[in-house]
Design a protein around this ligand. Structure first.
Ligand code: SAH
Length: 396
Protein backbone atom coordinates (compact mmCIF):
# COMPACT_ATOMS: atom_id res chain seq x y z
CA UNK A 1 0.00 0.00 0.00
CA UNK A 2 1.27 3.46 -0.85
CA UNK A 3 2.26 5.74 2.02
CA UNK A 4 1.11 9.31 2.36
CA UNK A 5 3.74 11.15 4.36
CA UNK A 6 2.59 14.21 6.28
CA UNK A 7 4.89 17.24 6.65
CA UNK A 8 6.48 17.75 10.07
CA UNK A 9 4.08 19.72 12.28
CA UNK A 10 1.20 19.30 9.84
CA UNK A 11 -0.28 16.27 11.57
CA UNK A 12 -2.06 18.30 14.26
CA UNK A 13 -5.51 18.11 12.71
CA UNK A 14 -5.06 14.38 12.11
CA UNK A 15 -4.13 13.84 15.73
CA UNK A 16 -7.37 15.66 16.56
CA UNK A 17 -9.10 13.23 14.22
CA UNK A 18 -10.17 15.69 11.58
CA UNK A 19 -10.74 13.56 8.48
CA UNK A 20 -9.44 15.90 5.74
CA UNK A 21 -5.83 15.99 4.60
CA UNK A 22 -5.13 19.12 2.60
CA UNK A 23 -2.49 19.30 -0.13
CA UNK A 24 -0.46 21.75 1.98
CA UNK A 25 -0.01 19.09 4.69
CA UNK A 26 1.37 16.45 2.36
CA UNK A 27 5.10 15.89 2.12
CA UNK A 28 4.92 13.15 -0.49
CA UNK A 29 3.23 10.00 -1.64
CA UNK A 30 5.66 7.13 -1.59
CA UNK A 31 4.58 4.30 -3.84
CA UNK A 32 1.82 4.39 -6.43
CA UNK A 33 -1.85 5.04 -5.83
CA UNK A 34 -4.74 5.65 -8.18
CA UNK A 35 -7.62 7.98 -7.28
CA UNK A 36 -9.71 6.40 -4.53
CA UNK A 37 -7.06 3.88 -3.49
CA UNK A 38 -6.54 3.43 0.22
CA UNK A 39 -3.21 4.80 1.43
CA UNK A 40 -1.40 4.52 4.75
CA UNK A 41 -1.07 7.95 6.30
CA UNK A 42 2.13 8.37 8.30
CA UNK A 43 3.75 11.24 10.19
CA UNK A 44 7.11 12.61 9.03
CA UNK A 45 8.80 10.33 11.59
CA UNK A 46 7.04 7.29 10.16
CA UNK A 47 4.42 6.95 12.93
CA UNK A 48 1.20 5.50 11.45
CA UNK A 49 -1.77 7.90 11.75
CA UNK A 50 -4.66 6.69 9.63
CA UNK A 51 -5.90 5.07 6.46
CA UNK A 52 -7.35 7.38 3.86
CA UNK A 53 -8.69 7.55 0.32
CA UNK A 54 -6.28 9.19 -2.10
CA UNK A 55 -7.64 12.03 -4.23
CA UNK A 56 -4.83 13.56 -6.28
CA UNK A 57 -6.96 16.20 -8.06
CA UNK A 58 -8.66 17.66 -5.03
CA UNK A 59 -7.29 20.26 -2.64
CA UNK A 60 -8.45 17.78 -0.01
CA UNK A 61 -5.78 15.32 -1.06
CA UNK A 62 -7.08 12.47 1.09
CA UNK A 63 -10.06 11.70 3.30
CA UNK A 64 -9.62 9.47 6.31
CA UNK A 65 -11.56 6.21 6.50
CA UNK A 66 -10.12 5.18 9.84
CA UNK A 67 -7.74 6.50 12.50
CA UNK A 68 -6.93 2.93 13.49
CA UNK A 69 -3.89 2.09 11.36
CA UNK A 70 -4.65 -1.63 11.88
CA UNK A 71 -8.20 -1.50 10.52
CA UNK A 72 -8.62 -3.05 7.08
CA UNK A 73 -10.60 -1.09 4.48
CA UNK A 74 -12.65 -3.72 2.71
CA UNK A 75 -16.29 -4.65 2.05
CA UNK A 76 -16.73 -5.58 5.72
CA UNK A 77 -15.56 -2.10 6.79
CA UNK A 78 -18.34 -0.48 4.76
CA UNK A 79 -20.85 -2.99 6.04
CA UNK A 80 -19.97 -2.02 9.63
CA UNK A 81 -19.99 1.73 9.07
CA UNK A 82 -23.23 1.74 7.03
CA UNK A 83 -24.96 -0.53 9.53
CA UNK A 84 -23.91 1.69 12.45
CA UNK A 85 -25.16 4.82 10.65
CA UNK A 86 -28.55 3.29 9.92
CA UNK A 87 -28.88 1.99 13.49
CA UNK A 88 -28.09 5.45 14.92
CA UNK A 89 -31.24 6.75 13.25
CA UNK A 90 -33.31 4.21 15.12
CA UNK A 91 -32.32 5.55 18.54
CA UNK A 92 -34.14 8.87 18.64
CA UNK A 93 -37.90 8.62 19.01
CA UNK A 94 -38.58 11.54 16.65
CA UNK A 95 -36.72 9.79 13.86
CA UNK A 96 -38.52 6.49 14.18
CA UNK A 97 -41.21 6.00 11.59
CA UNK A 98 -40.12 8.97 9.44
CA UNK A 99 -40.34 7.92 5.83
CA UNK A 100 -38.00 10.72 4.76
CA UNK A 101 -34.73 10.21 6.63
CA UNK A 102 -31.03 10.84 6.08
CA UNK A 103 -29.33 7.49 6.67
CA UNK A 104 -25.72 8.49 6.04
CA UNK A 105 -24.34 11.97 6.61
CA UNK A 106 -20.81 11.77 5.20
CA UNK A 107 -17.90 12.56 7.51
CA UNK A 108 -20.15 12.73 10.58
CA UNK A 109 -21.05 9.07 10.09
CA UNK A 110 -17.45 8.09 9.43
CA UNK A 111 -18.07 7.86 5.69
CA UNK A 112 -16.54 10.92 3.98
CA UNK A 113 -18.16 11.63 0.63
CA UNK A 114 -21.19 9.40 1.19
CA UNK A 115 -24.73 10.74 1.54
CA UNK A 116 -27.78 8.48 1.63
CA UNK A 117 -31.38 9.63 2.07
CA UNK A 118 -34.34 7.32 2.42
CA UNK A 119 -37.70 8.25 0.93
CA UNK A 120 -40.11 5.42 1.77
CA UNK A 121 -38.73 2.24 0.26
CA UNK A 122 -36.33 4.11 -2.02
CA UNK A 123 -32.84 5.21 -0.98
CA UNK A 124 -31.02 7.94 -2.87
CA UNK A 125 -27.25 7.69 -2.75
CA UNK A 126 -24.84 10.51 -3.46
CA UNK A 127 -21.10 9.90 -3.72
CA UNK A 128 -18.95 13.01 -3.82
CA UNK A 129 -15.34 11.84 -3.58
CA UNK A 130 -12.90 9.38 -5.15
CA UNK A 131 -12.85 7.06 -2.12
CA UNK A 132 -16.55 6.16 -2.12
CA UNK A 133 -16.46 6.08 -5.93
CA UNK A 134 -14.06 3.17 -5.68
CA UNK A 135 -16.16 1.37 -3.07
CA UNK A 136 -19.52 2.01 -4.76
CA UNK A 137 -20.50 -1.68 -4.96
CA UNK A 138 -19.66 -2.37 -1.33
CA UNK A 139 -21.55 0.73 -0.19
CA UNK A 140 -24.65 -0.10 -2.24
CA UNK A 141 -24.71 -3.67 -0.99
CA UNK A 142 -24.26 -2.57 2.64
CA UNK A 143 -26.93 0.10 2.27
CA UNK A 144 -29.44 -2.31 0.87
CA UNK A 145 -28.75 -4.78 3.63
CA UNK A 146 -28.90 -2.27 6.48
CA UNK A 147 -31.94 -0.29 5.29
CA UNK A 148 -33.96 -3.14 3.76
CA UNK A 149 -34.93 -0.71 1.01
CA UNK A 150 -36.52 -1.92 -2.22
CA UNK A 151 -34.35 0.16 -4.54
CA UNK A 152 -31.41 2.53 -4.62
CA UNK A 153 -31.11 5.48 -6.99
CA UNK A 154 -27.77 7.19 -7.45
CA UNK A 155 -27.68 10.98 -7.65
CA UNK A 156 -23.95 11.54 -7.82
CA UNK A 157 -24.27 14.78 -9.77
CA UNK A 158 -23.20 17.31 -7.15
CA UNK A 159 -20.89 20.04 -8.44
CA UNK A 160 -18.22 19.17 -5.87
CA UNK A 161 -17.41 15.99 -7.82
CA UNK A 162 -15.68 18.14 -10.40
CA UNK A 163 -13.12 19.17 -7.77
CA UNK A 164 -12.32 15.48 -7.42
CA UNK A 165 -12.04 14.94 -11.17
CA UNK A 166 -15.20 12.83 -11.21
CA UNK A 167 -17.97 12.89 -13.82
CA UNK A 168 -21.62 12.78 -12.78
CA UNK A 169 -23.21 9.36 -12.27
CA UNK A 170 -26.99 9.04 -12.05
CA UNK A 171 -29.48 6.20 -12.39
CA UNK A 172 -30.88 3.15 -10.68
CA UNK A 173 -28.14 1.34 -8.82
CA UNK A 174 -30.05 -1.44 -7.13
CA UNK A 175 -33.46 -3.12 -7.29
CA UNK A 176 -36.20 -2.66 -9.81
CA UNK A 177 -36.28 0.75 -11.49
CA UNK A 178 -39.41 2.73 -10.74
CA UNK A 179 -40.80 5.78 -12.48
CA UNK A 180 -43.66 6.17 -10.00
CA UNK A 181 -43.61 9.67 -8.51
CA UNK A 182 -42.30 9.46 -4.96
CA UNK A 183 -43.98 11.10 -1.98
CA UNK A 184 -43.28 11.13 1.75
CA UNK A 185 -45.40 12.18 4.69
CA UNK A 186 -43.63 14.64 6.96
CA UNK A 187 -45.50 15.42 10.16
CA UNK A 188 -48.84 14.84 8.52
CA UNK A 189 -48.09 16.70 5.29
CA UNK A 190 -47.69 14.83 2.01
CA UNK A 191 -44.77 15.96 -0.10
CA UNK A 192 -43.47 14.96 -3.50
CA UNK A 193 -39.80 14.14 -3.74
CA UNK A 194 -38.24 14.46 -7.17
CA UNK A 195 -35.22 12.21 -6.78
CA UNK A 196 -34.21 12.58 -10.44
CA UNK A 197 -34.25 16.36 -10.91
CA UNK A 198 -34.93 17.86 -7.45
CA UNK A 199 -32.33 19.68 -5.37
CA UNK A 200 -29.81 17.62 -3.36
CA UNK A 201 -31.25 14.09 -3.31
CA UNK A 202 -34.71 15.54 -3.98
CA UNK A 203 -35.67 17.19 -0.71
CA UNK A 204 -34.32 19.24 2.24
CA UNK A 205 -34.59 16.69 5.02
CA UNK A 206 -32.38 18.77 7.31
CA UNK A 207 -35.20 21.27 7.97
CA UNK A 208 -37.72 18.68 9.25
CA UNK A 209 -37.66 19.80 12.93
CA UNK A 210 -37.71 23.47 12.00
CA UNK A 211 -40.72 22.95 9.76
CA UNK A 212 -42.42 21.24 12.68
CA UNK A 213 -41.67 24.30 14.82
CA UNK A 214 -43.11 26.52 12.08
CA UNK A 215 -46.30 24.57 12.23
CA UNK A 216 -46.61 25.28 15.94
CA UNK A 217 -45.75 28.97 15.60
CA UNK A 218 -47.87 29.75 12.54
CA UNK A 219 -51.31 29.64 14.16
CA UNK A 220 -53.20 32.80 13.22
CA UNK A 221 -50.10 34.43 11.73
CA UNK A 222 -49.74 36.10 8.34
CA UNK A 223 -46.73 34.16 7.08
CA UNK A 224 -44.06 34.88 4.47
CA UNK A 225 -41.89 31.98 3.30
CA UNK A 226 -38.91 33.09 1.23
CA UNK A 227 -36.93 30.56 -0.86
CA UNK A 228 -39.82 28.13 -0.49
CA UNK A 229 -38.61 25.41 -2.93
CA UNK A 230 -41.38 22.76 -3.01
CA UNK A 231 -43.34 24.53 -0.25
CA UNK A 232 -42.57 22.27 2.70
CA UNK A 233 -42.41 25.16 5.23
CA UNK A 234 -45.47 26.77 3.62
CA UNK A 235 -47.59 23.65 3.95
CA UNK A 236 -46.60 23.17 7.59
CA UNK A 237 -47.57 26.79 8.24
CA UNK A 238 -50.95 26.15 6.62
CA UNK A 239 -51.32 22.95 8.65
CA UNK A 240 -50.62 24.99 11.78
CA UNK A 241 -53.40 27.44 10.99
CA UNK A 242 -51.56 30.41 9.46
CA UNK A 243 -54.03 33.12 8.42
CA UNK A 244 -52.20 33.45 5.08
CA UNK A 245 -48.97 32.13 3.55
CA UNK A 246 -47.13 34.00 0.80
CA UNK A 247 -44.34 31.85 -0.65
CA UNK A 248 -41.58 33.08 -2.93
CA UNK A 249 -39.06 31.22 -5.07
CA UNK A 250 -37.28 32.08 -8.30
CA UNK A 251 -37.62 28.56 -9.69
CA UNK A 252 -40.68 27.74 -11.82
CA UNK A 253 -40.25 23.96 -11.46
CA UNK A 254 -39.97 24.30 -7.65
CA UNK A 255 -43.20 26.30 -7.54
CA UNK A 256 -44.92 23.77 -9.82
CA UNK A 257 -43.97 21.08 -7.33
CA UNK A 258 -45.22 23.27 -4.47
CA UNK A 259 -48.60 23.63 -6.20
CA UNK A 260 -48.70 19.87 -6.68
CA UNK A 261 -47.87 19.38 -2.99
CA UNK A 262 -50.71 21.64 -1.95
CA UNK A 263 -53.08 19.61 -4.13
CA UNK A 264 -51.82 16.44 -2.44
CA UNK A 265 -53.07 17.80 0.90
CA UNK A 266 -56.79 18.51 0.49
CA UNK A 267 -57.12 19.01 4.25
CA UNK A 268 -55.19 22.30 3.94
CA UNK A 269 -56.95 25.57 3.09
CA UNK A 270 -55.56 26.37 -0.37
CA UNK A 271 -57.25 29.80 -0.38
CA UNK A 272 -54.81 30.97 2.26
CA UNK A 273 -51.79 30.15 0.06
CA UNK A 274 -50.25 32.43 -2.54
CA UNK A 275 -47.19 31.47 -4.60
CA UNK A 276 -44.98 34.00 -6.30
CA UNK A 277 -42.18 33.35 -8.80
CA UNK A 278 -39.69 36.12 -8.07
CA UNK A 279 -36.22 36.99 -6.90
CA UNK A 280 -36.44 37.28 -3.12
CA UNK A 281 -34.05 40.24 -3.00
CA UNK A 282 -36.32 42.29 -5.29
CA UNK A 283 -39.56 41.00 -3.87
CA UNK A 284 -38.71 41.85 -0.27
CA UNK A 285 -38.02 45.43 -1.35
CA UNK A 286 -41.27 45.54 -3.31
CA UNK A 287 -43.29 44.18 -0.37
CA UNK A 288 -41.77 46.84 1.85
CA UNK A 289 -42.57 49.58 -0.67
CA UNK A 290 -46.16 48.32 -0.72
CA UNK A 291 -46.26 48.55 3.08
CA UNK A 292 -46.96 44.83 3.50
CA UNK A 293 -46.37 43.37 6.97
CA UNK A 294 -46.25 39.79 8.32
CA UNK A 295 -46.31 38.01 11.68
CA UNK A 296 -43.96 35.16 10.77
CA UNK A 297 -41.19 35.27 8.18
CA UNK A 298 -39.04 32.33 7.10
CA UNK A 299 -35.79 32.99 5.26
CA UNK A 300 -34.11 29.79 4.09
CA UNK A 301 -31.82 30.85 1.25
CA UNK A 302 -29.45 28.62 -0.74
CA UNK A 303 -25.82 28.38 0.27
CA UNK A 304 -24.43 31.90 -0.28
CA UNK A 305 -20.96 30.91 1.00
CA UNK A 306 -19.90 27.35 0.15
CA UNK A 307 -16.55 28.06 1.81
CA UNK A 308 -14.84 30.75 3.86
CA UNK A 309 -13.52 32.44 0.68
CA UNK A 310 -17.04 33.62 -0.14
CA UNK A 311 -17.87 34.66 3.41
CA UNK A 312 -17.70 38.43 2.96
CA UNK A 313 -19.99 38.66 -0.07
CA UNK A 314 -22.30 36.09 1.46
CA UNK A 315 -22.49 38.05 4.71
CA UNK A 316 -23.73 41.07 2.75
CA UNK A 317 -26.40 38.97 1.04
CA UNK A 318 -27.56 37.50 4.37
CA UNK A 319 -27.60 40.97 5.88
CA UNK A 320 -29.67 42.39 2.99
CA UNK A 321 -32.46 39.83 3.20
CA UNK A 322 -32.54 39.88 6.99
CA UNK A 323 -32.83 43.67 7.13
CA UNK A 324 -36.05 43.23 5.17
CA UNK A 325 -37.01 40.23 7.25
CA UNK A 326 -36.95 42.42 10.37
CA UNK A 327 -38.49 45.42 8.62
CA UNK A 328 -41.48 43.50 7.27
CA UNK A 329 -42.56 42.15 10.67
CA UNK A 330 -45.48 43.44 12.66
CA UNK A 331 -44.72 44.20 16.32
CA UNK A 332 -44.22 40.90 18.17
CA UNK A 333 -43.54 39.15 14.84
CA UNK A 334 -41.20 36.18 14.44
CA UNK A 335 -38.26 35.78 12.09
CA UNK A 336 -36.90 32.29 11.37
CA UNK A 337 -33.69 32.86 9.55
CA UNK A 338 -31.22 30.27 8.28
CA UNK A 339 -27.81 29.89 6.75
CA UNK A 340 -26.62 26.60 5.30
CA UNK A 341 -23.24 28.07 4.33
CA UNK A 342 -20.22 26.16 5.56
CA UNK A 343 -18.26 29.42 5.30
CA UNK A 344 -20.42 31.27 7.86
CA UNK A 345 -20.13 30.17 11.49
CA UNK A 346 -23.02 30.26 13.93
CA UNK A 347 -21.36 33.15 15.73
CA UNK A 348 -20.90 35.09 12.50
CA UNK A 349 -24.50 34.45 11.52
CA UNK A 350 -25.74 35.83 14.81
CA UNK A 351 -23.58 38.92 14.30
CA UNK A 352 -25.07 39.37 10.80
CA UNK A 353 -28.58 39.19 12.25
CA UNK A 354 -27.69 41.71 14.94
CA UNK A 355 -26.49 44.11 12.22
CA UNK A 356 -29.62 43.44 10.18
CA UNK A 357 -31.89 44.27 13.12
CA UNK A 358 -29.92 47.49 13.67
CA UNK A 359 -30.22 48.31 9.97
CA UNK A 360 -33.96 47.77 10.15
CA UNK A 361 -34.21 49.83 13.32
CA UNK A 362 -35.86 46.97 15.23
CA UNK A 363 -35.21 45.55 18.68
CA UNK A 364 -35.14 41.77 18.56
CA UNK A 365 -34.18 38.83 20.71
CA UNK A 366 -33.28 35.21 20.02
CA UNK A 367 -35.93 32.80 21.24
CA UNK A 368 -34.25 29.68 19.96
CA UNK A 369 -31.14 28.54 18.14
CA UNK A 370 -31.94 26.14 15.35
CA UNK A 371 -30.01 23.50 13.47
CA UNK A 372 -30.37 20.45 11.29
CA UNK A 373 -32.54 17.54 12.40
CA UNK A 374 -30.73 14.74 14.27
CA UNK A 375 -30.50 12.47 11.25
CA UNK A 376 -27.75 14.97 10.30
CA UNK A 377 -25.36 14.35 13.21
CA UNK A 378 -22.22 16.42 13.70
CA UNK A 379 -19.05 14.50 14.52
CA UNK A 380 -17.22 16.36 17.29
CA UNK A 381 -14.00 16.17 15.31
CA UNK A 382 -15.70 17.69 12.23
CA UNK A 383 -17.20 21.10 12.93
CA UNK A 384 -17.87 21.53 9.18
CA UNK A 385 -20.74 19.09 9.77
CA UNK A 386 -22.61 21.89 11.54
CA UNK A 387 -23.45 23.68 8.29
CA UNK A 388 -27.08 24.59 9.00
CA UNK A 389 -27.67 27.28 11.58
CA UNK A 390 -30.84 29.15 12.25
CA UNK A 391 -32.16 31.72 14.67
CA UNK A 392 -35.72 32.23 15.76
CA UNK A 393 -36.03 35.90 16.68
CA UNK A 394 -38.90 38.02 17.92
CA UNK A 395 -39.10 41.74 17.28
CA UNK A 396 -40.63 44.24 19.65
N1 SAH B 1 -36.92 25.97 2.49
C1 SAH B 1 -36.87 24.94 1.49
C2 SAH B 1 -35.51 24.79 0.87
C3 SAH B 1 -34.95 26.06 0.24
S1 SAH B 1 -33.69 25.76 -0.93
C4 SAH B 1 -37.38 23.62 2.08
O1 SAH B 1 -37.57 23.52 3.31
O2 SAH B 1 -37.58 22.68 1.34
C5 SAH B 1 -33.39 27.32 -1.61
C6 SAH B 1 -34.41 27.76 -2.65
O3 SAH B 1 -34.07 29.11 -3.01
C7 SAH B 1 -34.42 27.00 -3.97
O4 SAH B 1 -35.72 26.52 -4.22
C8 SAH B 1 -34.04 28.03 -5.05
O5 SAH B 1 -34.80 27.89 -6.24
C9 SAH B 1 -34.39 29.32 -4.37
N2 SAH B 1 -33.65 30.52 -4.77
C10 SAH B 1 -32.32 30.67 -4.94
N3 SAH B 1 -31.99 31.96 -5.17
C11 SAH B 1 -33.15 32.66 -5.14
C12 SAH B 1 -33.49 34.03 -5.27
N4 SAH B 1 -32.55 34.97 -5.48
N5 SAH B 1 -34.78 34.38 -5.17
C13 SAH B 1 -35.74 33.46 -4.95
N6 SAH B 1 -35.48 32.16 -4.78
C14 SAH B 1 -34.21 31.75 -4.89
Amino acid sequence: MAQLVILPGKDRSLVRRHPWIFAAAVERLSGRARPGDTVDVVAANGRPLAKAAWSPESKIRARVWTFDPEEVIDDAFFKRRVQAAVERRGMLPELRGQDGLRLIHGESDGLPGVIADRYGDTVVLQLTATGPEKWRRAIISALHRASACARIYERSDSGVRRLEGLDPVTGWAFGEASSEPLAIVENGVRLRVDIVAGHKTGFYLDQRDNRMLTRVLAAGRATLNCFCYSGAFSLQALAGGASSVLSIDSSGPALAMAAENLALNPHLDAHRAEWREADVFNELRALNDQGRRFDLIILDPPKFAPSAVHAERAARAYRDINVFGFRLLNPGGLLMSYSCSGGISGEHFQQILAEAALGAGREARILRRLGASPDHPVALNFSEGEYLKGLLCQVE
